[in-house]
Design a protein around this ligand. Sequence first.
Ligand code: AMP
Length: 281
Amino acid sequence: MIRAGTRDELQPVLAAARAAGRRIALVPTMGALHEGHLSLIDRARRAADFIVMSVFVNPLQFGPGEDYAQYPRDVERDATLAAARGVDLLFAPDRSIMYPYGDPAALIAAPGLGSRLCGAFRPGHFRGVLTVVAKLFHVTGADVAVFGRKDLQQLVMIRAMVRDLDFPVEILDAPIVREADGLALSSRNAYLSTEERPQAARLRQSLERAQAAFSGGEVAAAGLIAHVTAVLSGGNLVRPQYVDVVDATTLSGVERARPGDVIAVAAHVGSTRLIDNHTLT
Ligand code: AMP
């Protein structure tokens, strides 16, 4: 695996891959790699023959008081895991390389989609995400990029950006990878205490309860949301932030759920904010 920290290190490697006719896939991450990230590499391998993984904790997508400073960083461990899984090129730039002119004067936003779900509680978050992803698309010139369904709103917004602004990249998604008890893998799970960790599984359990109700014929979003909230609130360390049933493309709330709609949830477990979602079947 080749490692690059700057555009100048990256470009000749990508130019050579392109000249050799290789299809380039990008897997953007913030590092602290786990099996969820690594599964994206497997997905990329099925669609491309040269895989670039980026590791960059993007300051633009963290709000004041969020965990930018504490976010786990271990690029040597990330490099070992990425190489073992088959990444061809690891791009791990410093902040001063990604944003050499300080805070960007131009940003990419999708105000409608970006104000729903997580966006209502994390103003500016998706503007930061879209901006860094756009930069990574330009810097790598990737033919295809892979994102996890764990961050469903992010995936939907990136698809919208690519479609609306004609980015020449194909977006692929990959399913949510979970722990044995159903907790979606997340770099932030490392923040959970031994008391909080079992209660974090309630996010997944709450979504399963809603799916069971939906399978039993309950379609009113309010009823499904009530099931989710009841399971979450059964944990004394769990504080739901939002629960919503939304259309999978527009992310707008629905009153009567149909197969393909998404139940999305965010909750604090102790002081750790976790998200999860489930597509109704
Ligand atoms: P992050 O490092 O949290 O920015 O995530 C980088 C990419 O990994 C995003 O596309 C996420 O959706 C994806 N990802 C994170 N956790 C999971 C998971 N448990 N299952 C699948 N994809 C994931």
